[in-house]
Ligand binder design. Structure first.
Ligand code: G6P
Length: 616
C-alpha cells in the first residue's frame, strides 16, 4: 500500500529510484513521483498512472542529483490526480516528503496550519505532514543541520495520530534523508558510499543485501557513509543488520509473461519448502520449532483462532476444517478487520495464529496486537522474513515461499494451507492420532508437490476452458466441506484479476437463494473431488443443469460420473479430503489467470488493488 524508496550516494539517483519504484509497483500504482536534490535545488516530478508514465515525464527533463526520494501511490485521502501524487512540499517549498500510511488527525492539523497562513495544493494527509515538519524546522531557527531536521520530524510526528512510513528531504540539509515509521514498513539498505530506504527490500536487493528493518517509532537519518537511528521519544534505538536471503533473480519474472503465472508454477517448490525439515518420520509428526511451545503447552490449548485478510483468511478457513479434522481442537476463523474491534470471549488456553503473506497488513497487525493485549499467545504464519508481524508475534512458522509479487495471492495460499496441515498433524499427534496415522499424513503431504506438477501440466486445457467462458457476466463457485473455502478463493481470484463478478458458496446453500441466479449464461465452477460429499455435490450439479447452467467441474482423475455431467472437466490427482484444497486451488488460479489474460486485463496489477494493505 504505497511504496517508497530513497537513495543517497554518488550515483545519479533517478535511475535507481525508478528501478526501485517498478519493483514496488505491486504496492500501489495510482500515481508516482520523485524528488531529487541537485546544486541546492529540489526537482520534483510526479504523474498519475503507472511508473511508465512517470518515466516518460522524467525522460523529457531528467532531474539530476545523487540524493532523492520517490513514491508509488495507492490512494487513500484525495483522488488520483497529479496534485495528490507524492512527494509533497511544505510551505517554504524547501522540504519534500513521501508517505505510506494515513495521518488520521490531518484535518485538525490542516485547519490549524491554514489559520497560521499555510496554503495547501492537494487533498492529502501527506501534504499536511510535510507542512508540519517544515514549520517545526523553520521555527527552530539556527543552522540548517541534520539534527535540526530530525528534531523537526520528531516534533511533527508527536502531533500525529495514525500510521506512517515517511522519507523527508530538505534543500538546506543536502547530505541526508530522514525516514521514520509507525505502522508502515520501512527498511534501511546499507551500501558502500551509498545507502537506501525502501518499503520493502525487493526494491533495493539489486544494490545491497544488508538491511535494517526499522521498528515502529524509529527515526533514521541517512547519509552516504553513515546513519543514525533514534526513537521518537528521543535517545538511540537499537537495531540489527540482517542479511537479505533472496536475490535479484528471485524478484524477476524470468521467462514467464506475468509474476502471477511464475508464482503459480513455483508451487511444487514452495509447498516443498513449506514442508522442508518439518516432518519427522521417526516420531510420525511435524516439527515446528518456531512455535516455541512445549508439548505440554500445546496439549493445554483448547481453542484456536485463525485470523487474516483476503486470501490469508480463506487459507485460515481451510485450516479450520483441517485442524478440527486432524486434531479435534475447536477452531474459529475471524477476518482480522473484525477481530480487532470485536471483544471476543478469549479463554486463557486459546492460541491465536495471525496469517499474512506480507506480514504487514494493517488489520492483521492490529489483530495480533489486540490478541497480545488480551494476554494470549499469538503466533504468526508469514512469508516476509523480518516483517512487522513476524517480529512482533510470540513465535510462528515462516512460509519460505519466496517473494510474491503478483497482486493476486497464489503460492502463499497453498503454503499457508500446507503449514496449517502441519499444525493439525502436530496437534493431532500429541492428542489422539496414532503413529501409523501420522505416517500416512506425512506420506500424503510429501506427495503434494508431484501432484501439483500434474495439475500444472493441464495449463493449456484450462486456458481453453477460460477462453470459452471469459465473456460471462458473472460466475458462481461452489464447494463443500474442505473445498468450501476453495470456492471462496476461486471466486476472489476471478474477481480480482478479470473483474468478472463471482461469488463462492457452500454447494448445498445453492438451493437457499443463489440458485435464482442460474441461467444458461452463468457458468458454475464446482470443486468436487472424490470425498465424502461427492454425491451431494453431484446432486447440486444436477440442480444447476436442470436450469441450463453450464458446469466447470474440478474433480478427481477418472471420476467419469462427474466428467459426464460437466460441460468442462479439470481432473486433479486423488488425495485425502483434508489436503484437497492445496490441489483444487491451483486450477482455479489458472482459470482466473487465463480468463483475465483473454479479457486483456493487467494480471499483475489489477485495478484498485494493492498487494500489501498497510492502511486500515
Ligand atoms: C491484499 C491483497 C490480497 C491479500 C491480502 C492479505 O488485499 O490484495 O491478495 O490476500 O491483502 O495480505 P497478506 O499479506 O496479509 O497475506
Amino acid at each position: 500500500m504505497c511504496g517508497i524508496i530513497g537513495y543517497i550516494g554518488n550515483r545519479t539517483a533517478v535511475p535507481i529510484l525508478l528501478d526501485g519504484l517498478r519493483r514496488l509497483e505491486y504496492r500501489g500504482y495510482d500515481s508516482a513521483g520523485v524528488a531529487t536534490l541537485a546544486d541546492g535545488k529540489l526537482e520534483v516530478r510526479k504523474r498519475t498512472g503507472r511508473i511508465a508514465n512517470l518515466a516518460e515525464l522524467i525522460q523529457q527533463s531528467p532531474p539530476a542529483g545523487t540524493v532523492g526520494i520517490s513514491h508509488t501511490r495507492w490512494a487513500t485521502h484525495g483522488g488520483v490526480t497529479d496534485a495528490n501524487a507524492h512527494p509533497h512540499t511544505d510551505q517554504s517549498g524547501k522540504l519534500v516528503l513521501c508517505h505510506n500510511g494515513v495521518i488520521e488527525n490531518y484535518a485538525t492539523l490542516r485547519d490549524q496550519l491554514t489559520r497560521e497562513g499555510h496554503t495547501f495544493h492537494s487533498q492529502t494527509d501527506t501534504e499536511v505532514l510535510a507542512h508540519l515538519i517544515g514549520k517545526h524546522f523553520d521555527t527552530a531557527g539556527g543552522e540548517p543541520t541534520r539534527a535540526r531536521l530530525v528534531e523537526a520530524v520528531r516534533n511533527a510526528l508527536k502531533q500525529c495520530v495514525g500510521t506512517y512510513g515517511i522519507l523527508v528531504l530538505h534543500r538546506d540539509v543536502p547530505d541526508a534523508i530522514v525516514g521514520a515509521r509507525r505502522g508502515s514498513p520501512l527498511v534501511l539498505g546499507l551500501g558502500k558510499g551509498e545507502n537506501f530506504f525502501a518499503s520493502d527490500v525487493s526494491a533495493i536487493v539489486a544494490h545491497t543485501r544488508e538491511a535494517i528493518y526499522l521498528k515502529d517509532y524509529d527515526i533514521a537519518a541517512l547519509g552516504r557513509d553513515e546513519f543514525e537511528i533514534t526513537s521518537l521519544l528521543g535517545g538511540a534505538s537499537g537495531f540489527e543488520v540482517s542479511k537479505v536471503e533472496f536475490t535479484e533473480e528471485d524478484v524477476s519474472k524470468g521467462d514467464f509473461a506475468h509474476y502471477m503465472l511464475k508464482e503459480i508454477y513455483e508451487q511444487p517448490h514452495t509447498i516443498q519448502d513449506a514442508l522442508r525439515g518439518r516432518l519427522s518420520r521417526e516420531e510420525a509428526t511435524a516439527k515446528l520449532g518456531g512455535l516455541d511451545m512445549t508439548p505440554n503447552e500445546l496439549r493445554a490449548i483448547d481453542r484456536i483462532i485463525l485470523t487474516g485478510c483476503g486470501t490469508a483468511c480463506h487459507a485460515a478457513l481451510c485450516g479450520e476444517y483441517i485442524i478440527e479434522a486432524l486434531a479435534h481442537v475447536p477452531v474459529e476463523v475471524e477476518y482480522a478487520s473484525e477481530f480487532r474491534y470485536r471483544n471476543l470471549p478469549l479463554p486463557k488456553d486459546t492460541l491465536v495464529f495471525v496469517i499474512s503473506q506480507s506480514g504487514e497488513t494493517a488489520d492483521t497487525l492490529a489483530a495480533l496486537r489486540e490478541s497480545q493485549r488480551k494476554g494470549l499467545r499469538t503466533l504468526g504464519i508469514c512469508n516476509n522474513v523480518g516483517s512487522t508481524i513476524a517480529r512482533e508475534s510470540d513465535g510462528g512458522v515462516y512460509m519460505h515461499a519466496g517473494v510474491e509479487i503478483g497482486v493476486a495471492a497464489t503460492k502463499s495460499f497453498t503454503s499457508q494451507v500446507t503449514i496449517l496441515a502441519l499444525i493439525g498433524l502436530l496437534l493431532g499427534r500429541i492428542r489422539h492420532l496414532s503413529t501409523s496415522e501420522g505416517l500416512r499424513i506425512i506420506d500424503e503431504l510429501e506427495a503434494l508437490p508431484g501432484k501439483v506438477e500434474r495439475i500444472l501440466a493441464l495449463d493449456s486445457h484450462i486456458a481453453a476452458i477460460a477462453k470459452k467462458y471469459a465473456h460471462s457476466q458473472a460466475m458462481m463457485f461452489l464447494g463443500r466441506q474442505f473445498n468450501y473455502p476453495v470456492a471462496l478463493e476461486g471466486a476472489l481470484k476471478m474477481k480480482e484479476i478479470s473483474y468478472i463478478h463471482a461469488s463462492g458458496h457452500p454447494s448445498a446453500e445453492l438451493k437457499h437463494g443463489v440458485i435464482a441466479l442460474i441461467t444458461a449464461d452463468l457458468p458454475t465452477v464446482v470443486v468436487a473431488p472424490e470425498d465424502s460429499v461427492l454425491e451431494k455435490n453431484i446432486s447440486n450439479i444436477e440442480e444447476v443443469k436442470a436450469r441450463k447452467g453450464p458446469i466447470i467441474a474440478i474433480g478427481t482423475e477418472g471420476c467419469t460420473k462427474l466428467e459426464k455431467i460437466s460441460d468442462a472437466f479439470i481432473p486433479i490427482p486423488a488425495c485425502s479430503d483434508y489436503l484437497a484444497p492445496v490441489l483444487t486451488a491451483i486450477p482455479l488460479q489458472l482459470l482466473a489467470y487465463h480468463t483475465a489474460l483473454h479479457l486483456g486485463c493487467d494480471v499483475d496489477k489489477p485495478r484498485n488493488l494493492a498487494k500489501s494493505v498497510t492502511v486500515e
